[in-house]
Ligand binder design. Structure first.
Ligand code: SAM
Ligand code: SF4
Length: 152
């Protein structure tokens, strides 16, 4: 076989002319949404993750707006899908304000159907767990996800 006849190892995905590429093209089943909060109180020496320490307050409202825009853009590329899981990872997402978590959940629920048995996970560090904030996450989740069923 000559080089010209050999199939390309990574052939390009064929999309309709002029249409934007679709995430998971050809699949219309349930999928998970991952949201990354890239901040920590300190940087562990072994950590290779996208995590950073900020000594000034983080503008969470600005981040919430940016997450909402990215969710809107992703939903335009992956329409008509059902969200079966939402994972807020980090970094240390348990440092986020409940309003920020609520705004992200609201944005997801605005753009996709959310499964009635959706699993919502937020990574937490033992040193960054604060009961009031966790009660706030529960309230934010309830308020953003009215049609969802059980929350534990
Ligand atoms: C990136 S952290 C995010 C959640 C939280 N900040 C924490 O530390 O648990 C998730 C997990 O990745 C692990 N981890 C961090 N750096 C790693 C590395 N270089 N190799 C393997 N695991 C790592 C951490 O120990 C932690 O259990
Ligand atoms: S993401 Fe987790 S492991 Fe990495 S620096 Fe932050 S607390 Fe440490």
């Amino acid at each position: 076989m000559t080089g010209a006849e050999r199939p390309h190892p990574n052939p390009p995905i064929k999309s309709g002319a002029g249409s934007p590429p679709q995430v998971g093209e050809g699949k219309r089943d349930a999928f998970g949404v991952y949201v990354h909060w890239p901040f920590c109180l300190s940087k562990c020496p072994y950590c290779d993750f996208n995590s950073h320490v900020r000594h000034a307050p983080i503008d969470e409202e600005r981040f919430a707006r940016a997450f909402a825009r990215e969710i809107e853009t992703t939903a335009a590329r992956a329409p008509d899908r059902e969200v079966s899981s939402i994972f807020l990872g980090g970094g240390t997402p348990s440092l986020m304000q409940p309003q920020t978590v609520g705004a992200i959940l609201d944005a997801i629920a605005r753009h996709w159907r959310v499964a009635s048995n959706v699993e919502v996970t937020l990574e937490a560090n033992p040193t960054s767990v604060e009961a009031t904030r966790f009660r706030g996450y529960r309230v934010a989740c309830r308020s953003a996800c009215k049609p969802w069923t059980t929350l534990r």
